[in-house]
Ligand binder design. Structure first.
Ligand code: SPV
Ligand code: MG
Length: 318
């Protein structure tokens, strides 16, 4: 089944199979994980050619109408992730925030995510409730031993293929590079599979210094939301494993919806924006309505003369 569509930029067919998250993170090539926050954004990212997804806490919360401060419950996040997994064939690394509580909450969330098909979880060393790393200055780090207990509980509860990324917020919280390195060592010894070092500087300097000092004892994952001007070649040269484009589909959706709403409101018409929004045919292809039409042929009783129109008829008419 070819699901290739044109959506402004060239989109690729949905992949039949994919590389595992562990393979992506361990590979010598720089890996890019694209943010998604629901089944639709996940499907679009896959068809753009991304080989893995970031289930962003910020974006999922925003799409649900919450702030990125653990206002969305862990079960709501798990439900969204399940839709992302079902809509794609590529691995999903889930932003597990700080684990929604202590070791027990963290392992419960991780096990549920694994059961719903996620490929890994990223746990950040903050306390519950967390606040988005770009908001305010109240970012208290938990005790290292306590956070290691959270990581260990998740590792012990999940299978060997499930990836656990330990995210260090020391630089966000205004601590030193030494504090970040000390935490990275502790999380690595506890069994983390990769280290995410986060920064809110406008330049990549502190990330690059961390990476140099860390010397790839575990793969390094970064989120260049604030230091977005740095070219990917710098990360390749630094030996960074994975770049997360953390919130750009959600922000693109905000810009697109804001513009369309404004125009329809002021023009009292949808005529002017018709060729600027995705066509319904593209949506139907993206969501695989053709597969449903084929399934109807296979599974619905044939009603030869007065056959009711099925999905294929609807699809072809649109
Ligand atoms: C997210 O996408 O939710 C993240 C990245 O955790 S950040 O917003 O930079 O904290
Ligand atoms: Mg987050």
């Amino acid at each position: 089944m070819n699901k290739a569509i044109s959506f402004g930029a060239e989109l690729l067919p949905a992949t039949a199979s994919s590389t595992t998250l562990r393979e992506l993170i361990l590979s010598n090539d720089l890996t890019f994980l694209m943010e998604a926050h629901d089944g639709l954004s996940a499907a679009i990212a896959e068809r753009a050619g991304f080989r893995g997804l970031w289930a962003s806490g910020l974006s999922i919360a925003s799409a649900l109408g919450y702030r990125d401060a653990n206002e969305a419950s862990w079960t709501q996040v798990v439900d969204v992730v399940e839709r992302m997994v079902d809509a794609t064939n590529i691995p999903v690394l889930v932003d597990g925030d700080s684990g929604f509580g202590n070791f027990n909450n963290a392992r419960l969330v991780a096990r549920k995510l694994e059961q719903r098909g996620a490929s890994g979880i990223c746990l950040e060393d903050k306390s519950f409730p967390k606040m988005n790393s770009f908001v305010g200055d109240r970012h208290l780090l938990p005790d290292i031993d306590e956070f290691c207990g959270r990581l260990k509980a998740v590792k012990d509860t999940t299978g060997p293929d499930f990836v656990v990324v330990a995210r260090i917020e020391a630089l966000i919280a205004g601590h030193s590079l030494d504090e970040a390195l000390c935490r990275a060592d502790a999380y690595s010894e506890t069994g983390a599979d990769a280290i995410l070092i986060h920064s809110r500087e406008a330049v990549a300097d502190e990330i690059l210094t961390f990476t140099k000092e860390w010397n790839n004892k575990l793969p390094v994952v970064i989120v260049p939301t604030k230091y977005y001007k740095t070219p990917a070649s710098v990360y390749r040269d630094a030996g960074i494993s994975t770049v997360i484009w953390a919130n750009h589909s959600m922000r693109a959706a905000i810009a697109g919806m804001r513009d369309v709403c404004g125009r329809i409101r002021s023009e009292e018409s949808i005529a002017g924006i018709e060729d600027q929004v995705a066509g319904l045919d593209e949506l139907f292809r993206l969501m695989g309505y053709d597969e449903l039409a084929e399934a109807e042929e296979r599974y619905l009783p044939k009603q030869s003369a007065e056959r009711r129109p099925g999905a294929l008829d609807q699809f072809q008419k649109s």
